[in-house]
Design a protein around this ligand. Structure first.
Ligand SMILES: [Zn+2]
Ligand SMILES: [Zn+2]
Length: 464
């Protein structure tokens, strides 16, 4: 069905968004990447023999990890329903003699596997003293409804499993080579559930010193920006009335919601750069001839800092309340119907070690500051990174113009060519873990960096 307006034919199809901005960003990215200095680390990290053992182990695992990744991709189970996916990972570990516990910390599709602290090489009586920190590798394996593994979490799982198996193999070959305790934690429902926050509240990270994972992307970045996100539901309560016969007897909840949407839209001009608010109408009444007595909006409110997210939340509250006053409606504002995400705090010394390990695999990793095209996504890893030192680098599996959560990205995540990114990420994670386990100076620098960034945050009560 089309209509004619001043000679223009307007059809049902939308116009196509321009790529001019993306093109300009791509040109600037290329220019900056060419000028960016390579990332280095002042620390020595794990010795060459261990690095070689980890690299060999990862390469031996390539077909098993590729098989696991492909299997998870085909399952494409959404958050909290990753039953077969979690079972497949546990089976992969068991096939190599590594036990794990499924259904932990209150989440049926979460699991934990452990390489316990190795007895100290010196034979010290108290192994726990000499055995170093506890480091957790995190595995995501949830998919998105409709578009499957369009965020590539099948690759995240395969990479962290690969790193864990490689560290286990290195220790099997030489028990003294990998001191400390390494956990592999299966973390459900990153998408739409913030499973890591649920796990953390249940104690999964209480004795974890460092947490690491890697995410597939369209570029190799050591410290990609992921911003904080809260969800807010706003319900206006009005008074129903006949919209034609007695509108003066009504209070219009939809009018209130429409004003709210406009006011939040106007607020957007004045947000800190890169912050985001985006919303939908969930309920706007049922029939035109009834003044709507209920209307509901849902927004995602995102900001780069915890402090600015708190401030922005207060402005959204003020808008909701002010409009209730203006329209004579009642209002209910519900924040965080599921756990919020905090911005990622990347640990500098660990991010540098990741970049060096990727250089060993032939990948050139950039700092986010040298890569324009700011990301404005959010992840529940942010909450972990505010509790303990951690990294969440991204690894290129697709060209830069292919965005996460698209069918195109899913194609890359499911392609056999993605196995190289899995083995590279597995090596990078294993080497970074080994670096932190074996290099006391690095570990001290990791802790100093975390303390300098403010130390641990009481995440659960951030917005209380
Ligand atoms: Zn995602
Ligand atoms: Zn993701």
């Amino acid at each position: 069905m089309t209509s004619a307006t001043h000679g223009l034919r307007i059809g049902a199809r939308p116009t196509t968004p321009s790529t001019l901005h993306l093109d300009a960003v791509a040109r600037e990215a290329e220019r900056l990447a060419g000028a960016a200095p390579p990332i280095s680390s002042p620390h020595v990290g794990a010795p060459p023999e261990l690095r070689a053992a980890l690299a060999a182990a990862v390469d031996d695992l390539a077909s098993a990890l590729g098989g696991l990744s492909a299997h998870l991709f085909a399952l494409a189970e959404p958050g909290f329903a990753e039953v077969k996916s979690a079972a497949a990972i546990v089976e992969t570990l068991e096939a190599r003699g590594l036990r794990s516990e499924l259904d932990v910390y209150g989440l049926p599709t979460a699991f934990v596997a452990e390489l316990p602290a190795a007895p100290a090489a010196s034979g010290a009586p108290d192994a726990s003293d000499a055995s170093g920190p506890t480091i957790a590798l995190l595995a995501e394996y949830d998919a998105l409804p409709g578009v499957g593994h369009a965020c590539g979490h099948n690759l995240i799982a395969a990479a962290s499993v690969g790193a864990f198996l490689a560290l286990a193999e290195a220790r099997r070959q030489n028990p003294a080579s990998v001191p400390g305790r390494v956990l592999l934690i299966g973390t459900p429902a990153e998408e739409g559930g913030n499973g890591k926050e649920l796990l953390a509240r249940a104690g999964a990270f209480d004795d974890v010193d460092i947490a690491v994972m890697a995410h597939p992307f369209g570029a190799d970045l050591a410290d990609p920006v992921f911003i904080g996100r809260r969800i807010v539901r706003i319900v206006y309560h009005g008074v129903a009335a006949h919209a034609a016969a007695a509108p003066f007897q009504g209070r219009n909840a939809l009018d209130a919601a429409a004003l709210n949407y406009q006011a939040v839209g106007l607020l957007r001009q004045h947000l800190p750069p890169g912050d985001r608010i985006h919303g939908v109408f969930v309920d706007g009444g049922a029939r035109p001839n009834v003044v709507p007595e209920r209307a509901e909006l849902e927004y995602y409110v995102r900001s780069h800092e915890i402090s600015t997210l708190r401030e922005l939340s207060a402005r959204v509250d003020d808008i909701a309340n002010g409009i209730a006053l203006a329209t004579g409606t009642g209002v209910e504002v519900t924040w965080d119907p599921q756990p919020f995400s905090l911005p990622i705090r990347h640990n500098g010394p660990l991010a540098e070690r990741w970049a060096l390990a990727q250089a060993e695999r032939g990948r050139r990793v950039l700092r986010a500051a040298d890569a324009p095209g700011a990301q404005a996504a959010s992840t529940d890893f942010g909450n972990i990174s505010q509790r303990v030192p951690g990294i969440h680098p991204v690894i290129a599996i697709a060209p830069p113009e292919i965005a996460l959560h698209t069918r195109e990205f899913a194609e890359y995540a499911g392609s056999p060519t993605s196995i190289e990114s899995v083995t590279d990420a597995a090596y990078g994670l294993a080497a970074t873990v080994a670096d932190a386990l074996l290099d006391a100076d690095l570990l001290a620098a990791v802790r100093d960096d975390f303390a300098a960034a403010g130390g641990p945050v009481d995440v659960e009560r951030t917005f209380a």
